[in-house]
Ligand binder design. Structure first.
Ligand code: ATP
Length: 239
C-alpha cells in the first residue's frame, strides 16, 4: 500500500436544517479496503453521500489524490475517480444488465475499446451477470442486483469505489461471493470505502476501520486491532 487516495478533514454535512455529520476525519490509503462502521443513524450513509458530491459540505475538506473536491458535483467526483454504489442498488427499471453497466461508463473519455474491455472484465468478475446480460436488471435477485450495482460502479473505472451497505438483505453465501470478488477488485487496483452494518463482515473484509458515532468519526485502527477491542465487540457485535 502506498499513498493517500482520499483524505477527509473536519467534514460537516446534513439535510436542510438538520445537521447529521458533525465532524468526520478519515483517510483511505491506495490499495486498501477501508470500512466505516457504527450504529443505525450514526451518519455513515450521509457521509458517503457527501464523499461523492451528492450532498454539499457545510464545513471541512475532501481531497481526492491531493485535489480539493469540496463543492464538486457528483459528475466531477466520478471524473476524478470516485464511484458510488448506493444503498438499495438503484438500478434502472426497464434497462437490461448490459445497459445498466454501460450507464456506469457514461463520463468516460477513454474510448469504446477500453469500455468494451472493462465490460468483458465485469462479466468475468461476475459470471452471473454475463448469463443475464439481456435481462431487466431490476427483475434479478437481490444478490444479482448488488453484483450489477457494483459492476456499474466499476464501469466508471474508478480509483476508489464507495459501497453503501454491501450485505444488507443478502444471503450469507452471496455475501461470501461478494467478499471474494471485492478482494479481487482491490487486487486489480481499485481501493474501496465500505459502509457495512454487519460489523463481522466489515472486519473480515477491511484492512482499516473507522467507527462513527452520532455524526462523528470517533475511532479508527487496523481491522485486527478494532476486532480485538472488547468495547467494540460489546457495542457493535451483540456480545
Ligand atoms: P443506517 O445504518 O441506519 O442507514 P447511517 O449511519 O447510515 O445509519 P444515515 O442514514 O446517514 O445513518 O442517517 C443519519 C441521520 O440522518 C438519521 O437521523 C436520519 O434520520 C437522517 N437523515 C437521513 N436522510 C435524511 C434526509 N433525506 N433528510 C433528513 N434527514 C435524513
Amino acid at each position: 500500500m502506498t499513498g493517500t487516495l482520499l483524505k477527509v478533514e473536519g467534514l460537516e454535512t446534513g439535510y436542510g436544517d438538520i445537521q447529521v455529520v458533525w465532524r468526520a476525519d478519515l483517510e483511505v490509503r491506495q490499495g486498501a479496503i477501508t470500512a466505516l462502521i457504527g450504529s443505525n443513524g450514526a451518519g455513515k450513509t450521509t457521509l458517503l453521500r457527501a464523499l461523492s458530491g451528492l450532498l454539499p459540505l457545510r464545513n471541512g475538506a475532501i481531497f481526492v489524490s491531493g485535489r480539493d473536491l469540496a463543492g464538486a458535483s457528483p459528475q466531477q467526483f466520478v471524473e476524478h475517480g470516485v464511484a458510488h454504489v448506493p444503498e438499495g442498488r438503484r438500478l434502472i427499471t426497464g434497462l437490461s444488465v448490459h445497459d445498466n453497466l454501460m450507464l456506469g461508463a457514461y463520463r468516460r473519455k477513454d474510448g469504446k475499446q477500453a469500455i468494451r474491455a472493462d465490460l468483458e472484465r465485469m462479466y468475468a468478475l461476475f459470471p452471473r451477470l454475463a448469463e443475464r446480460r439481456r435481462q431487466d436488471a431490476t427483475t434479478m435477485s437481490g444478490g444479482e442486483q448488488q453484483m450489477c450495482a457494483i459492476a456499474r460502479g466499476l464501469m466508471a473505472a474508478p480509483g476508489l469505489l464507495l459501497i453503501d451497505e454491501l450485505s444488507l438483505g443478502l444471503a450469507p453465501a452471496i455475501v461470501d461471493q461478494l467478499v471474494t470478488t471485492l478482494e479481487r477488485v482491490r487486487a486489480d487496483g481499485t481501493s474501496i470505502l465500505l459502509v457495512e452494518q454487519d460489523v463481522g463482515i466489515a472486519l473480515e473484509l477491511a484492512d482499516f476501520v473507522y467507527v462513527m458515532d452520532q455524526g462523528r468519526t470517533v475511532r479508527n485502527g487496523p481491522a485486527d486491532e478494532i476486532a480485538a477491542d472488547p468495547s467494540i465487540i460489546a457495542a457493535y457485535m451483540g456480545t
